[in-house]
Design a protein around this ligand. Structure first.
Ligand SMILES: [Zn+2]
Length: 78
């Protein structure tokens, strides 16, 4: 009985480069926490969308408030 220790040929599999799939990039966070301000023991929330309800905030642009979810836009009066 010959005890043969044959080293199995290790096959190095080459990692194929994926085609068509772009590497995932993280988006910057929406930073919702900046829409809340705590004054004393009360929380004041920034303007929220009347269509989407509370929790969905409006982005403050130059002359308007804009909801990124439903495209609601509210122009600020001068
Ligand atoms: Zn909305």
């Amino acid at each position: 009985m010959a005890n043969e220790k044959e080293a199995a040929p290790v096959e190095v599999k080459k990692v194929k480069e994926k085609k068509g799939k772009k590497p995932h990039k993280n988006k910057p966070t929406s930073q919702k926490w900046k829409k809340y301000t705590i004054s004393g023991d009360k929380i004041t929330r920034a303007k929220s969308c009347p269509r989407c309800g509370p929790g969905i905030f409006l982005a403050n642009r130059q002359n308007r408030f804009h909801c990124g979810k439903c495209n609601y836009t509210e122009f600020t009066k001068k």
